[in-house]
Design a protein around this ligand. Sequence first.
Ligand code: ATP
Ligand code: MG
Length: 138
Amino acid sequence: MERTLSIIKPDGVSRGLIGEVVRRFEKNNIRIAAIKMINMTKIQAQGFYAVHKERPFFASLTDFMSSGPAVVMVLEGENVISKNRELMGATNYKEAAPGTIRADFATDIEKNVVHGSDSPQSAAFEIGYFFNSFEIID
Ligand code: ATP
Ligand code: MG
């Protein structure tokens, strides 16, 4: 069993896509081990995306991520890190495979509805960034 961090970004929440995204996870045998809604501060978003701090889109991305409520989740399942990335689709929605969350709902390379950890190392960091062990249900 593996765990990963998923975020329904502020564009997904404001467009009423929470249920649709969660349904896709559950339908694909992914268990929600933790879930909450947060409104990230700019500082919190900067810490979360610190790996991207030298990128030209960092300021805009952290403004966007702190612009409104987001839903953060711990997903659990077999190979859930790569499985979640497959369900999400490519970062650029124009390149995302048909039927993926980003192909179906993203409107912009930045406003791409969901986030998912990309490795076991980033999953461990990202889960710990938002959840303590009491909030994650075995
Ligand atoms: P995420 O980390 O959000 O799951 P990802 O791993 O597919 O997405 P990253 O390369 O980690 O993509 O980029 C993080 C986020 O930064 C992207 O999801 C997107 O919101 C934004 N982003 C990435 N590339 C660009 C870009 N060229 N222009 C604007 N925003 C971008
Ligand atoms: Mg990423």
